[in-house]
Design a protein around this ligand. Structure first.
Ligand SMILES: Cc1ncc(COP(=O)(O)O)c(C=O)c1O
Length: 411
């Protein structure tokens, strides 16, 4: 006979891990989904321009990877990565001023995975992670998923303030600083060399890991390269440098890399084994073949020329269209312009009106830790040509006037 306490149906499975439910999706994702429809000029995505992919060159590289050894290309391979790709990445890093051997490179599935591996390797739940404010959304998600307490470092128009960093390190005893020093996402800012040197000194003096994320560094349109943070005295034994082929080859390849001190690298290899064993063999061999046979730097030069023109088109359109009390910066490279609406405006509210005018951007609020600045927004200039950019900014100006913020167009 059944007892009175027998369950009526199947018992629910146990709850999700707290960290999985603590990390929310993006609140603007819903609005941005509307921007996928045809006719919308979107400054929202952080995507490279697909018409600039070297599709023929990459196609040939995949064919070569199969032709040279389909058995190898289709087989499991080592966690650290294909030796020829590691060697090619190391040579590029060395040429950019950071002597690197192939053994110092771990190939990852996008630089996003390198970030996840570093987080898995370094962060205990409750550890403090310092970040620029604002910073890259998926990095915030990654650190929160790892259970970190994310604390923003005060920044100005050039990025991190080293003295404020030193104060925070002394007070919060953080595990690491995550920074995108070159053409930052979302602000486009670049940290000057003297501040990089100061950040490295703070890390060495007070004891701190540095995570330097550099997916945009090759996309410089003017000015001079600034040496990696990892190359500054004090940073050598404590910097995880994250690189990517996403913005200079194609993001669909999902190829990135980690260059880190040996012990951290070894721990990241173990974390990667647990995550995915290794990055796709065929993709690695195709990329290695591409690097051996095509002049990637010549390709990057062509991409830079197109993006420079688009950046300049956006700057010109913003100057001629937006009210005088709007502000924006002029990045020397990368993909993003960071803008600020006049007093009392809210970029998330403006986005709704903008989408009705068939133009989109990303409000700045979600990129912030702590109290966001609701007036800020990010404009990506890479995926439209100059004419569409001018048209898109015109629509943005109309949206701004309708939404109620118009202060009169500039002459
Ligand atoms: C700052 C930053 N880091 C990492 C990534 C991820 O790049 P990947 O495609 O190499 O994973 C992005 C992508 O937009 C990014 O903006």
């Amino acid at each position: 006979m059944p007892t009175a306490t027998a369950p009526a149906g199947p018992a629910a499975p146990p709850a999700f891990a707290a960290r999985a439910t603590a990390v929310e999706g993006s609140p603007v994702r819903e609005i941005l989904a509307l921007t996928q429809r045809p006719g919308v000029i979107s400054f929202a995505g952080g995507l490279p321009a697909p018409e600039l992919f070297d599709a023929d060159g990459l196609h040939a590289a995949y064919e070569a990877a199969f032709a040279l050894s389909a058995r190898r290309a289709l087989q499991y391979s080592t966690t650290e990565g294909a030796p020829e790709l590691r060697a090619a990445i190391a040579a590029r890093a060395t040429a950019r001023g950071l002597p690197t051997g192939p053994e110092g490179v771990l190939v990852t599935s996008g630089s996003q995975q390198a970030l996840t591996l570093v987080a898995a390797t370094l962060i205990e739940p409750g550890d403090v992670v310092l970040v620029e404010n604002p910073t890259y959304l998926a990095a915030l998600q990654c650190f929160r998923l790892a259970g970190a307490r994310v604390v923003p470092v005060p920044c100005d128009g050039e990025g991190l303030l080293p003295d404020a960093l030193a104060d925070l390190v002394a007070r919060e005893r953080p595990k690491l600083l995550y920074t995108i020093p070159t053409f930052q996402n979302p602000t486009g800012r670049t940290l000057p060399a003297e501040r990089r040197a100061a950040v490295a000194r703070v890390a060495a003096r007070l004891g701190l890991w540095l995570v330097e994320d550099d997916p945009y560094g090759d996309l410089r349109y003017e000015g001079h390269d600034v040496p990696w943070l990892a190359a500054h005295p004090g940073a050598e034994d404590r910097t995880a440098l994250l690189g990517s082929f996403s913005k200079i080859m194609a993001p669909g390849l999902r190829l990135g890399w980690l260059r880190a001190p040996a012990a951290l690298q070894r721990a990241a290899v173990v974390a990667k084994q647990a995550a995915d064993l290794h990055t796709s063999t065929v993709d690695q061999l195709a990329a290695a073949h591409y690097l051996a046979t095509v002049d990637l730097d010549a390709h990057i030069t062509a991409v830079r020329a197109a993006y420079r023109e688009r950046r300049d088109a956006l700057q010109a359109a913003l100057s001629s269209t937006l009210p005088a009390d709007c502000e924006w910066n002029r990045p020397e490279g990368g993909m993003f312009v960071w803008a600020r609406l006049p007093q009392g405006h809210d970029a998330t509210a403006l986005l709704r009106t903008a989408v009705a005018h068939d133009v989109a951007f990303v409000p700045g609020a979600p990129f912030h830790t702590g109290t966001p600045d609701p007036r800020t927004l990010r404009l990506s200039f890479t995926t439209h040509g100059p004419k569409e950019i001018a048209e898109g900014v015109g629509r943005l100006g109309a949206a701004l006037a309708e939404y109620g913020g118009g202060g009169g167009a500039r002459g």
